[in-house]
Design a protein around this ligand. Structure first.
Ligand SMILES: [Zn+2]
Length: 434
């Protein structure tokens, strides 16, 4: 008999082509897939391995965090309220120089624990020693798109990064029953010269994997690019041919009208990181303008060193509130659009195979269940408004990826949280000398 789970909840809220709400409904999950979602039917319980029936509950697709550096959670709260270059040069880079492979594994697990607790079922990561991140993902059961961060300023280092990426694709792409996918991760146009970006593009074509890059994060980056090349970072990247491949661009804060045209015309997906952009004083991305031009915008947290948490509920709220303030228009990015950015559009931005980021028959059973019986969720007029404007990560009660329960009733089932917290504080001491 297949591993069948029956999940009954008060509400299921999801995006497909439109926002869909199912009330007093049920879902059947067989192995990793949703095989039914709709009205409750007469079904003998003995046909199921498990029946989950939660009162006062809302089930949504798991959140998709499209930009982070998971292992950097080891530096959470180590250096704050500093200018970007001061932060990087005097704090983060010296601490990163002490990172060992095992630190990446434990730091990634720390982030995974936090993400699962907040209802995130998939994330895009860019860092180094990514085989350690892959190991953490496989053990925890979460879904992830992993990229080795590539820097092309020195030829040897650049070539080494490409070789490591090739190995990463060979050893880990589609592993963990397909939950792990690999991307190429050229760090940014200011650390990867155009010729190197071209090489990255060629490799992406050869290996058939998407590309994940930082783009137009700060005003300084754009000014330097214009000074050095006479082109904005978006124009420069466009000329390297990278957009011919599936391309995910993190940040896109400082954009010209022409840049926005390029992003739209070349189907470049954007990972908007409002929390990190605010905290590092980078500025406000023109998200409402991007959406108006039908650019695909997803949501990311960036690392816990610049955020300082990995909470997609918070990013949804920031994404809509910032645009309302910026545009002086409360109708901009309604709650259901912020919800779409954090779920189905996240899956699209990661170019994931199969259906994820949505709840429907044939889609991957990646979901989060939130408990609604809490003062901040009463009374109930709009579930989307509750999710975006009222809910907190602590409301998430059950999380499933690929049909496997990773958290239930506040307990992480696949990873040892006590051990992870212990390792994280031990390793933080060694890395930062605090
Ligand atoms: Zn980043």
């Amino acid at each position: 008999m297949p591993e069948k789970i029956l999940l009954q909840a008060d509400y299921f809220l999801t995006w497909d082509e439109n926002l869909k709400l199912y009330s007093r409904a049920e879902m059947v999950i067989e192995n990793s897939l949703i095989t039914y979602l709709g009205p409750r039917l007469e079904r003998p319980e003995k046909n199921f391995k498990r029946v989950i029936n939660e009162k006062n509950s809302l089930v949504i697709p798991g959140f998709i965090n499209t930009h982070t550096h998971a292992a950097m959670s080891l530096f959470r709260g180590y250096a704050d309220d500093l200018a970007l270059m001061d932060w990087l040069q005097n704090k983060i880079w010296p601490a990163e120089a002490k990172l060992k492979k095992e630190d990446i594994y434990w730091g990634t697990l720390l982030s995974i624990a936090e993400m699962i607790r907040g209802g995130t079922t998939c994330f895009a990561d860019m860092y180094f020693h990514m085989e350690e991140a892959a190991r953490a993902c496989i053990e925890s059961g979460i879904r992830a798109s992993l990229a080795q961060g590539l820097v092309g300023m020195e030829k040897t280092k650049g070539e080494q990064g490409l070789r490591q990426s090739r190995d990463l694709v060979r050893n880990w792409h589609n592993k963990g029953e397909g939950r792990i996918t690999i991307m190429l991760g050229p760090h940014a146009p200011y650390t990867c010269p155009p010729e190197y970006l071209q090489e990255v593009g060629e490799l992406a074509g050869e290996l058939s994997v998407p590309i994940h890059i930082h783009l137009a994060e700060t005003r300084y980056e754009v000014e330097e690019s214009c000074r050095k090349y006479g082109k904005t970072p978006v124009e420069l990247v466009n000329e390297t041919g990278l957009p011919a491949h599936n391309l995910l661009a993190a940040h896109c804060v400082h954009l010209s009208a022409k840049d926005i045209e390029i992003l739209a015309a070349k189907n470049i997906a954007v990972a908007h990181n409002p929390g990190s952009n605010l905290k590092l004083g980078s500025g406000l991305a023109p998200v409402a303008d991007l959406l108006q031009k039908e650019v695909l915008v997803s949501l990311g947290t960036d690392s816990a060193a610049s955020n300082n948490n990995l909470d997609l509920l918070e990013e949804m709220r920031l994404a809509t509130l910032l645009q309302k303030g910026l545009q002086e228009d409360p109708a901009v990015i309604p709650a259901e659009i912020a919800f779409k950015m954090a779920t189905i559009d996240g899956a699209r931005a990661l170019f994931l195979p199969g259906e994820t980021g949505t709840l429907k028959e044939g889609a991957k059973a990646d979901l989060a269940l939130l408990k609604l019986k809490q003062p901040h969720c009463y009374p109930l007029y709009s579930l989307a408004a509750h999710l975006v404007y009222s809910a907190g990560a602590g409301d998430v009660d059950l999380v499933m990826v690929d049909g496997r329960v990773l958290m239930e009733k506040g307990r992480l089932l696949t990873i040892d949280e006590e051990k992870i917290l212990h390792e994280a504080s031990q390793r933080a001491q060694r890395l930062t000398g605090n």
